[in-house]
Design a protein around this ligand. Structure first.
Ligand SMILES: Cc1cc2nc3c(=O)[nH]c(=O)nc-3n(C[C@H](O)[C@H](O)[C@H](O)COP(=O)(O)OP(=O)(O)OC[C@H]3O[C@@H](n4cnc5c(N)ncnc54)[C@H](O)[C@@H]3O)c2cc1C
Length: 303
């Protein structure tokens, strides 16, 4: 049996660690800051036969009201960023819990275009890669795949921690999803972008932030867009056309400002949010024959 990792918490509330502010506790919880601490946590969970769940910035997850069994590893403090200039490129090495806002600052300092797509994109680098996070606008870059050179993954599925490295081209990048590295945890990533400064990057970042403020209900807890856009259409347009703007169950409401956002107007439970999600899916299917797929990831004992 391995020693309990230092800082191990029991029955740790997860709701404050998510942007929706809902969900029950983690049976066990750690927040590693270094690779050694991450490894110690994984080894302890393996020796105790505890399931392991990774939580990044918590901005794209719906955690069940009963919480999560086993060990939850929160990566918000697992952050480090090293930059270097080589071959006319800006190259970044980051631990996966590094906030996207930290990346933005570096790209902005060099007046590089990735700062624009990162403006207002919440969460961590790891979550950005897992979700292939991006924007609807036809910007360059518009998705994480364009920045990512390689990732380092620890896979514990055999009972031992095996390290694997994947180059961008080894992975399957899709709209709001990256496959081909699972199972495991993304430990670190190498990112790069050509050093071609653009004088107007700061202006464009400000405009991008302004557009988000105008279009999105950023004053209320949400997970951003709940559904991925179906081919050739917009989930928000379909939800609005189905007459569901402002539809509410308990504390969960389809945002009157942006129909693809479901906001926590106060005291929402994960069950309220799930009920709104299922109602929206059923109505859009009934009225338009379109099956909306969720972008948000369900964590915990969902059926
Ligand atoms: C206001 C708001 C606006 C948003 N706007 C956008 C947008 O414009 N575009 C967009 O794409 N998204 C958007 N999002 C959604 C979300 O911010 C992104 O998907 C983000 O990249 C998720 O990162 P995260 O660190 O919060 O991941 P989390 O929500 O913590 O996790 C997401 C998934 O990734 C897994 N995961 C996280 N880190 C790791 C890791 N290191 N290794 C293995 N698995 C990991 C988790 O287990 C989970 O399955 C928005 C969210 C909010 C709240």
């Amino acid at each position: 049996m391995k020693q309990r990792p230092s800082g191990l918490k029991e029955a740790w509330p997860l709701a404050p660690l998510t942007s929706w502010q809902v969900g029950g506790p983690a049976q066990f919880y750690i927040e590693p800051q270094t690779e050694a601490e991450l490894r110690a946590g994984l080894e302890w969970a393996l020796s105790e036969n505890q399931p392991i769940q990774i939580l990044g910035g918590g901005t794209n997850v719906l955690i069940h009201d009963q919480g999560i069994r086993g060990l939850v590893i929160g990566l918000r403090r697992f952050a480090k960023l090293e930059e270097q200039v080589s071959n006319s490129e800006l190259q970044l090495k980051v631990l996966s819990g590094t906030a996207k806002s930290e990346l933005l600052k570096v790209f902005l300092k060099h007046k590089l275009e990735p700062a624009v797509f990162l403006a207002g994109l919440p969460g961590d680098v790891g979550g950005g890669i897992v979700m292939n996070a991006g924007v609807g606008e036809a910007w360059r870059p518009r998705e994480f795949v364009e920045l990512t050179r390689s990732i380092r993954v620890w896979d514990w599925s055999s009972g031992k921690i095996l390290e694997r490295e994947f180059q961008r081209q080894d992975l399957h990048w899709e709209y709001r999803h990256c496959k081909g590295w699972q199972p495991g945890v993304i430990v670190s990533a190498e990112l790069s972008w050509p050093l071609q400064p653009q004088a107007d990057v700061l202006d464009r970042v400000r405009k991008a932030n302004q557009v988000r403020l105008t279009k999105q209900p950023l004053d209320l807890p949400s997970c951003g867009s709940v559904f991925v856009n179906p081919p050739g259409d917009k989930a928000g347009r379909l939800i609005e056309a189905a007459g569901l703007k402002a539809f509410r169950i308990g504390g969960a409401q389809v945002s009157p400002k942006h129909a693809n956002f479901i906001v926590n107007v106060g005291g929402a439970t994960a069950a309220d949010l799930e009920a709104v999600i299922r109602h929206v899916q059923a109505q859009v299917l009934k009225q338009f024959g379109v099956q909306l797929r969720t972008e948000v990831v369900f964590l915990g004992p969902w059926a």
